[in-house]
Design a binder for this molecule. Structure first.
Ligand SMILES: Cc1cc2nc3c(=O)[nH]c(=O)nc-3n(C[C@H](O)[C@H](O)[C@H](O)COP(=O)(O)OP(=O)(O)OC[C@H]3O[C@@H](n4cnc5c(N)ncnc54)[C@H](O)[C@@H]3O)c2cc1C
Length: 361
């Protein structure tokens, strides 16, 4: 007899779990507390422009890409261009090195950093990243990289690859693995935004028989006296029995859902460290500098990318741009100051953007 499985959470993880559970022969119901499905992968459309929730890039050699392929979810899009990329240091734009020639000419490195970069960068793509799991990013940089210019540059790429700005705590092994993944296979901006992934997974799941219920908050995962999962209780007071429950929500939310004695989830929730970022998503009538499509802060944790230059996210000629600041695990003390810094990055990289910004009401 097929098992009843309940999935809590209609983000990408919940949708993937529901797809695999139904493939394995289970009878699956997915509950999502919000009105719409998608969680952090949702995309909002305004006047034909697709806004992801902050910059979203799919790693072509990552697990998500592999799983989407395995489930038969079609994804189209584009790889961000290497030309037209700038590094920002001390408030000035420099060429971001992407090969031997740009490495020679960039103003981001002094001569000794150029020599060290030429020796080190290629080998970083081949080293066994796991060997450095025990070191923090800061420890690894201090130990392995001689010049300050190259340390700053690598740190900027580690932020880009991991979305985190926490070098004292972040594992060097993980940062290096993401760096390798980004440079070896590049990333992919998705046509139509990440909602396309959500809709694709949802369609596959429903076709296979998964029941998806939105606006349904699960309040508790109920357990028998022996601790076995017996079902869930919803916010409207109703109950649904099940043989297994998959929670695809944040560690804290998951922990709070469990009734009775604390489980391992409680330990994991206490240890989990959030990663925060401040994002500004901008649509322009046209790009003021069409040749500049990407900027990376070298001495500040900043990011700017014209996602519509690689993927279909805006009508022809218009532009969809994501600007972000990578933070640590804390929200910034002064959010307005962060916003001003993000706008200043736009002023520097895409001067004139303020006049081309859509003013919708
Ligand atoms: C600004 C930003 C940029 C990002 N960029 C990238 C990127 O470039 N590349 C990349 O790979 N990833 C990126 N990510 C991460 C990616 O978006 C997430 O990893 C992914 O979308 C998370 O999916 P999830 O299903 O695990 O969680 P979520 O999307 O958070 O989904 C969890 C869902 O569970 C629901 N839920 C919670 N509790 C309950 C309950 N009690 N009952 C019912 N429903 C519940 C929530 O409403 C939510 O819909 C980015 C994220 C952000 C925020």
């Amino acid at each position: 007899m097929s098992k009843n499985v309940i999935v809590i959470g209609g983000g990408l993880a919940g949708l993937v779990a529901a797809n695999f559970a139904v493939k394995a022969g289970a009878k699956v119901t997915l509950f999502e507390k919000s009105r719409s499905i998608g969680g952090r992968a949702a995309t909002t459309e305004k006047h034909g422009i697709q806004f992801n929730l902050g910059p979203h890039a799919l790693y072509r050699s990552g697990q998500a890409y592999r799983i989407l392929h395995e489930l038969g979810v079609e994804v189209s899009g584009g790889i961000p261009k290497v030309g037209g990329t700038v590094g920002v240091r001390n408030g000035r734009k420099h060429l971001l090195p992407s090969g031997a020639l740009t490495l020679l000419t960039t103003g981001l490195f002094n001569l000794s950093a150029k020599l060290e970069a030429a020796q080190v960068l290629g080998s970083l793509l081949k080293i066994d990243a796991e060997k450095f799991n025990h070191l923090s990013v800061r420890e690894w940089l201090d130990k392995e990289i001689r010049t300050e210019d190259l340390r700053l540059f690598l740190q900027a790429f580690f932020r880009l690859g991991t979305y985190a700005n926490d070098p004292e705590r972040q594992s060097a092994g993980l940062a290096l693995a993401q760096f390798q993944m980004a440079l070896n296979e590049s990333v992919f901006y998705v046509d139509g935004g990440w909602q396309v992934l959500v809709d694709g997974l949802r369609a596959k799941a429903e076709l296979a028989g998964v029941k998806i219920v939105a606006e349904a908050r699960v309040e508790k995962v109920e357990r028998s006296q022996s601790g076995k999962v017996i079902g869930v209780r919803l916010a409207d007071g109703s109950r649904q029995a099940s043989d297994a429950v998959i929670i695809a929500a944040s560690p804290n939310e998951a922990d709070q859902l469990i009734e009775g004695e604390p489980t391992l989830l409680n330990e994991w929730a206490k240890k989990a460290i959030p990663v925060k970022a401040a994002c500004l998503d901008i649509a322009l009538e046209r790009l003021p500098e069409p040749q500049t499509t990407f900027a990376l802060g070298i001495d500040r944790p900043l990011y700017l990318s014209v996602h519509s230059a690689a993927a279909k996210l805006a009508p022809e000629g218009q532009a969809m741009i994501h600007v972000a600041m990578y933070l640590g695990s804390e929200a910034p003390a002064d959010a307005k100051a962060v916003e001003r810094e993000l706008e200043a990055l736009l002023d520097l990289v895409l001067p004139g953007w303020r006049w081309l910004n859509f003013r919708w009401h």
